[in-house]
Write a protein that binds this ligand. Structure first.
Ligand code: MIG
Length: 677
């Protein structure tokens, strides 16, 4: 059962699309559920979170929900975020952020996924799902100020909360409270995006391959060594001076021909698209946007100017239907050149500086000139300069003419901040339907909000080549699935900092089971294409094993989408009564049949594995060489060399192992054998 609690006059986010069975809460229930809060007092203990007096349409007081948790209760959800699968013990803030430092002290990453499940340990039937449909800031204190209290603060009185209770009457075929909640929630937000099959192949990225020649070289290196690969990425340098929908003609002469040649080698090229449109006379996208008033505006009606890659840019007002359609049609030049995959970046939107704020800072810098900077003034100065990038104040400087069901409304960006990446991706995806209805197109984004899962996937942004980030990426998988995001993955090997051969190998060991298996690294870091290392045979072997498993993963993915359920299942979902299973956060069920237990520590010979049920261990040494061994439920130390892929098949289940190939489509035509009991 799903019940809807409407407060004030909510902004329509289009997160929920199937509300036919959603019932409305009575006024009295609503008053009980969320209470008005004195915002200053409510936010003070969290520090650093400011509260602006809302303006115009968004003028209702902030609201707060509080509930006690007993010791065993588990809180799941929140999609892309730091920390555990069980979110208890920290405070999270929904605020799409371009933050390249994913430490556990953070509260927000690139996505805003306001859905949680409170799994009630004492009375499982009282477990519930809670979705806060509000596109501005929401704070989820999940046992941070008081370890047994959950406090949700919505920085506005205009929002909708959806409460999902388990339906245990068998109506939805469920016999598990947690899955029942997931299924009902996923139903109301609509079916998740399904990518083309090749997007399950190994993909190579780097910021940036600078030319067609360099890309040819990368591809040759893979093909020559028979390391399977399906896609290579174009990061910002393929463009002409970082202008969306352009291609640098010097470094990529005859782009369409290049795309075609790559496709003959079964390689898909995937260009990046950035949110900011360069301000430059004679640049078509810029001029059209200006002419039609499609960019976000400041209060005085001037187009908002921010700085990103190309220097000064405007942001397309993707919350406006006409502007959205226009921006989406920009992808056409690349589609026409044969491109069938894109990644949308910097769409929180990331802002290096706003022109006005930068001017204020430059003016103030004069005050510090020649001064004896002491502890006070030095840190003030430092903070001021560092605070230029992604400054929250900049989000209060511009407006959208957002399309709402009853017409257009002018809304200040910070009140709808979390919808930008969603609508940029929606722009692309809606235009694909129109421009290339027969093409199956890969689309994923950095920023997102629930609802965007219908239009594309996400990657989890600028992680580091840190061991802890293998585990972090594993923990996000089920949380993302709960929020509808199915086509997901992290930058394998780590984006920031230099990777090592062993780290990359172990990361690949997890990525073998993840839809988006993309190796990506930042400019200036060590090159980390698989052939750059000593033991390229092992890398080849790992990727080949992935291809052998791809049809299983594809089916698991498809089924999870069709059934509105999880592809990645925490052990606690399968065994809610088993306390050890519930607390195990470094293993996952993948689909209905297998459990994975990747190694995520340096110099390991293996790891401890907990089996909540009897299973058969599969020790894959290569795509066609494996050993099976039966295990009873219990705790084990399992030796897992980096050269092998070890996972478990549940009793009574079998999975297909295909003959591998150098690109994904070919695998599906191959023979398979079934393994398991
Ligand atoms: O702030 O386009 O997350 O994947 O390589 C850097 C350059 C901008 C951030 C993306 C990253 C990409 C990079 N971009």
């Amino acid at each position: 059962m799903v019940k809807k609690y409407v407060y004030g006059r909510p902004f329509e986010t289009y997160a929920v699309v199937n509300a036919e069975n959603v019932s409305d809460a009575a006024e009295s229930e609503k008053r009980e559920f969320f209470r008005e809060a004195d915002m200053k007092k409510a936010l003070e203990p969290y520090g650093g979170i400011t509260w602006d007096e809302p303006e115009d349409w968004n003028d209702a007081p902030a609201m707060q929900y509080r509930v006690r948790m007993s010791d065993g209760d588990v809180v799941y959800g929140l999609g892309e975020n730091v920390r555990g699968i069980n979110k208890r013990g920290w405070v999270y803030e929904s605020k799409c952020s371009d933050d390249p430092n994913h430490t556990e002290s953070k509260r927000s990453l690139y996505g805003a996924h306001n859905f949680i499940i409170i799994a009630d340990a004492d009375n499982p039937a009282a477990s519930k799902g809670l979705f806060i449909d509000y596109p501005g800031r929401v704070i989820f204190d999940i046992g941070y100020l008081d370890k047994n209290e959950l406090v949700i603060t919505v920085c506005s009185g205009n929002f909708t909360a959806y409460v999902v209770s388990p339906a245990m009457d068998g109506a939805d075929g469920s016999d598990n409270h947690l899955y029942s909640i997931v299924r009902q929630f996923r139903h109301i937000i609509g079916k998740s995006y399904v990518p083309p099959r090749w997007a399950f192949g190994y993909q190579q990225c780097r910021w940036s391959y600078m030319s067609a020649d360099e890309i040819c070289d990368v591809v040759d290196n893979y093909r020559r060594r028979n390391i399977p690969i399906d896609a290579v990425y174009l990061d910002i340098d393929y463009m002409e001076r970082y202008k969306d929908f352009t291609v640098n003609k010097e470094t990529f002469p005859d782009f369409a021909d290049f795309v075609r040649k790559m496709r003959e080698k079964h390689i898909h090229l995937v260009p990046i698209i950035d949110a900011g449109v360069k301000i430059e006379d004679g640049y078509g996208t810029y001029e059209e946007g200006i002419k039609n008033g499609y960019f976000c505006k400041e209060a005085d009606g001037e187009d908002f100017v921010a700085g990103v890659w190309p220097g000064r840019v405007h942001f397309p007002d993707v919350l406006n239907e006409d502007a959205r359609r226009w921006f989406g049609h920009g992808y056409k030049v690349l589609l026409d050149a044969g491109i069938d995959g894109f990644w949308n970046d910097m769409n929180e939107p990331a802002i290096f500086y706003s022109e006005k704020h930068l001017k204020e800072v430059f003016d103030k810098i004069d005050d510090y000139k020649g001064k004896n900077l002491d502890i006070q003034s030095f840190f003030e100065f430092k903070g001021m300069v560092e605070g230029v990038a992604n400054n929250l104040g900049d989000y209060e400087r511009f407006y959208h003419r957002a399309t709402q069901p009853d017409g257009e409304v002018v809304v200040r960006h910070d009140h709808v901040h979390n919808l930008y990446g969603f609508n940029m991706t929606r722009a692309a995806s809606e235009s694909f339907k129109e421009l290339a209805p027969d093409k199956d197109i890969l689309m994923f984004s950095r920023a997102s909000y629930i609802g965007m899962h219908r239009y594309g996937g996400i990657w989890t942004g600028d992680n580091h080549a840190w061991w802890s980030h293998i585990l972090l990426s594993l923990k996000m998988l089920p949380s993302l699935n709960m929020c509808g995001f199915m086509y997901v993955g992290s930058d394998v090997g780590g984006f920031n900092d230099n990777t090592t051969e062993e780290l990359l190998m172990r990361w690949m060991g997890l990525a073998v089971f993840v839809p988006l298996m993309r190796n990506h690294a930042a400019a200036g870091t060590r090159y980390q294409e698989l052939y750059r290392f000593t033991d390229t045979d092992t890398f080849k072997n790992i990727v080949t094993m992935r291809y052998a498993l791809t049809p299983y993963l594809w089916e698991a993915y498809r089924r999870a989408v069709e059934q509105d359920t999880l592809m990645y299942r925490p052990l606690g979902f399968e065994h809610p009564e088993d306390k050890v299973a519930v607390a195990t956060e470094d293993q996952l069920y993948v689909g209905e049949d297998i459990m994975i237990c990747p190694v995520y520590t340096q110099n390991a010979v293996g790891r401890y594995v907990y089996l909540p049920e009897p299973m058969t261990m599969v020790r894959m040494k290569s795509a066609d060489e494996y050993e099976l061994e039966k295990y009873e439920a219990g705790h084990y130390f399992v030796e897992i060399p980096a050269q092998e892929i070890v996972f478990f098949i549940r009793d009574g289940h079998r999975i297909p192992l295909y003959k591998s190939a150098e690109y994904t489509e070919a695998v599906f035509g191959n023979e398979c054998e079934w393994i398991g009991e």
